[in-house]
Design a protein around this ligand. Sequence first.
Ligand SMILES: [Fe+2]
Length: 344
Amino acid sequence: MLFRQLFDKTSSTYTYLLASRMGGEALLVDPVLDQTGRYLKLLEELDLKLVKVIDTHIHADHVSAMGKLRDATRCVTVMGAESPADVVSMHVSDNEKINIEGITLKALHTPGHTSESYSFLMDDRVFTGDTLLIRGTGRCDFQNGDPYEQYHSLFERLLKLPDQTMVFPAHDYKGDTVSTIGEEKMFNPRLKVSSAEEYAEIMNNLNLPNPKMMDVAVPENLKLGLRLDAQHRVPAVEVEELLSSWPDVDGQLIDIREDSERERDGAIPNSMHLPYGQFETYCEATGPLRVLGQNSRLLLYCAVGERSTLAVEIADEHGIKNIAHVPGGFREWEAEGGPVEKID
Ligand SMILES: [Fe+2]
C-alpha cells in the first residue's frame, strides 16, 4: 500500500494520500488548496490516478483543495451526508463504505467538533479529522459544534476501536504524526473525564481565539462545488422537462452513481447503470456508450449533477456528441417528485 502523510505548515494540517499500488487509483483526505500543485506532482511521480477526495468536515483554518483537484483531475468529491457544502459529488452516511481500487474506508459520523464531522476507518488506522487529535480533541465552539456530541463520538465510537488502531488526525501543532487509540485512552488529558458533563465543562472553558482564516475559509469551503450554472456548461436536460413527458423519455437515462448510492436512495426507473469510476473505458471504441449512442441520445445523471457534468466532458473528448446530463441530478429529481425505483 502507498501511504503518504503530507503537512501544510501554515495551517498545521495533515493530508493523507492513499493508494493500493503505484500506477493505480488514489484518494486524498483533507487536502489544502495551497498545496494543490504538490499533490498533483506527487500523483504524477507515483503514477497515480486521483479518483476521490474526502474532507472530514468543513474546515475553518484553511481552504480545501477539493474543488481545484476536481477541476484538475475530474475526481469525485466526498463528504458526510450532513455537510452543508453546496455541492459535493457524493455524500456518505454513517457506516457506509468508500471504495477505490484495493482500498475501502468506512465512514463514521463523529459530530462534535462540527455537526458534519466524519472519521474514516481503514483496517489498522483511522483518520479522525478534528474529532480526536494526538493528546487533544477538536474545539466545539463554532460551526454547530457540541461537546456532548463530541463526548459521544469519542467514547462511544472512536475509543471503541481496537487499542492498536493507529490514529491519524487532521492537525497537529506540536509535530506529532501518529498515535493509537490505546495510547490516547491512556494519555490524552481531554479523555480523563468521567462524564459528558465533565467533558463539556472543559470544552466550554477553553476560551480560544477564532482561527485566523475562519472568515475566509468557512465561506469558501461551503461553495467548492460545481453549482447549477457551471453544470450548464455542457448539454443539459432539465428534470422538469423529463417529468413533463414522463414516462416517455427522448433518450436513454444512465445512472453514473455507485452501487451504494443506488441501494441507499433508489434510482430513476428504466435507467441503465454505468458508474462514473470506469467512465473513460465506456467511451472507448468498443465501450457501451459508443454503441448505445448510435441509436439514442444518452442522458446521464448522478447524485447532484457534478459527476455527470464531468462525464459529459469526458464523452465529448472521446467524440461522443449525442449526450447530455440532468443538472441537479437525482437530488433534483426527488425534490421535483419524480418516481423512484428501489434498487436491491
Ligand atoms: Fe476543523
